[in-house]
Structures are given as C-alpha cells and as structure tokens.
Design a protein around this ligand. Sequence first.
Ligand code: BJW
Ligand code: ZN
Length: 252
Amino acid sequence: MPDARLTRVATCVRAARSVVAMTGAGISAESGVPTFRGSAGLWRSFSPSDLATPEAFARDPRLVWEWYRWRRDLIRVAHPNPGHLVLARFEKNLPQFQLVTQNVDGLHQRAGSHTLIELHGNIWRARCAAGCGRLTEEPGQGCLAGPGGAPAVDPPACACGSLLRPDVVWFGEALDPRHITRAIEAARVCDVLLVVGTSAVVYPAAALPRIARQGGALVVELNIEDTPLTAEADVVLRGPAADVLPALEALA
Ligand code: BJW
Ligand code: ZN
C-alpha cells in the first residue's frame, strides 16, 4: 500500500505543468560521495574557512588544490544512483522539468541530465584565478597534467601565468547571476518543487523553496532527516533519495 504522502506528491507531479527539483549533496551520498554537514560530512574533518573560501585559496592554493584532487578521486570512482537516474528521466518524460543542483560532482550529467543549472559550479572544471577567462574542462579525468602529460604540479598554472582554481563557488563569492536568475524564475513559476538531499542552510539556494511557495507551488522535502525547511514544506518524504525517488516515479 503506497504511502499517502507519496501518492499525493505523485498526483501533483502528474498534473503539474512545471516541476523543479533542487538537489544537494544527499542525493550523491548513496553513490559514495561525502556530504558536507552531518556526522560523516566533510565539514566534520575539514574547516570550510581553510578550504572553501577565496581567502583560503590566496593563503594556501596548494592545500586547497590537494583537497579538491582528493575529492575528485572519490567522485571519479562513484556512479550515479537510482535517484540521479529518476531525475534524468523526469527531464525526458515530464512536459516541463528543471533540475537545479548545488552539487559540483557532475553525477547528474553522468546520469543523463542535460539542462541542469549548476549553482555552485563543477569540480571537473578549473578557471583562471586572476579572471583572464581561461577555463579547462576535464570531465571524468581531472588530473590537470603538466606539459606533455607530465604529473600534475599543485597549484596548476593558467596559460596567462596566474594560478588556476577549481571552478566552484566558495563562501563569500557571488553565484553566476545567469544561473541564480534562471533558478529563481523556475522556482517562481513551478507547480511542484522537489527539494532533495540538502540541509537547506546555504544561501541563496536555500531561498528557492520560499520563492516557490510564494508562487503557489507544492514544496516537497525529500531527506533522511529534518532541516530548517521541514517546518515550511507542504509534504515531507523521509528516506534515502535513491529509494524515495524511484518510488515516486513509479506512482507518477
Ligand atoms: C540525504 C541522504 C540521502 C544525506 N537521501 N538526503 C547568514 C545568513 C544567510 C547567508 C549567509 C550568512 N552568513 C554567510 C552567508 C552567505 C553564505 C551562506 O549561505 N552561509 C550559510 C552557511 C550561513 N553563502 C555564500 O557565501 C554564497 N554566496 C553569497 O552569498 O554571495 C553573496 C555575494 C554577492 C555579491 C558579491 C559577493 C558575494 C556562496 C555559497 C557557496 C557554497 N559553496 C559550497 C562549496 C562548493 C564547492 C565545493 O563543493 O567544494 O557548496 S559549501 C557546500 O554547501 C556546497 C554545497 O553545495 C552547499 C550546500 O550543502 P548541501 O548540498 O545542502 O549538503 P549538506 O551536507 O549540507 O546536506 C546534505 C543533506 O542531505 C542533509 O540534510 C542530509 O540529511 C541529507 N542526506 N543522505 C536524502 N541518502
Ligand atoms: Zn589566466
């Protein structure tokens, strides 16, 4: 007998003109990619101010690059899980579907999502720290090898002579205005917002559920535990994304 809340969400997804899913680190947890917060989260062992701010990079770019290479090594051997795959099928099968992710791991693309908005960048790209505009993309590879394929030297250099940095958004940095504007507009006009596997504490992404709700959308939280969003969500689906999303798809 399907859960009544799941049935309600499935009915709304089926009837919706526009569905948006916003994802966080929790959707990749079952692929073996560590989350940030919580008992096994990255911020338990590493300090954000030492590793995920522009000041940290200016102070010790080698340390920051070592941390990102370690994370890339974890992600390289991970595979998209059933939760990622359901969202990729939603893009194909629902009349209007927009995926907005805070994740930088690229697992949504590997699952087959094409039109997603990556609010916090992508760990497989590097860009010039001095802003000369150069961007390197190395999907799935990520060694940023030296000349002639020599082993990488950290921190890697841009062709302009400055340093390269991971193409991600650190604390205190502005999100790409094109991306956050598109995400806000999608949230404003959607009928259903699925908020999947995020602690919903990092702004401006954490503002999207309220924007959707003010626009009249059904806001659904899908998470294994409570977050600051729980009290404001219309429906809360408790459980791992890799189980709950397939169950939802089966009913929708
Ligand atoms: C499962 C599960 C399973 C587990 N199934 N669920 C005070 C108030 C408001 C704002 C601020 C403030 N002080 C500072 C700010 C601003 C700051 C901010 O929001 N800070 C708060 C933390 C307080 N924001 C910023 O700085 C942003 N920029 C900005 O505001 O710019 C302003 C500006 C304008 C103009 C000029 C200059 C500046 C930028 C934020 C960038 C965040 N970057 C990071 C790192 C990205 C790169 C990298 O990966 O290294 O993004 S931090 C980290 O947090 C990462 C994530 O995308 C982000 C969100 O985390 P997420 O995805 O929610 O993960 P977790 O671990 O927190 O949660 C996982 C969840 O999954 C949990 O709930 C689990 O229960 C659940 N889960 N397994 C389902 N199987
Ligand atoms: Zn450069």
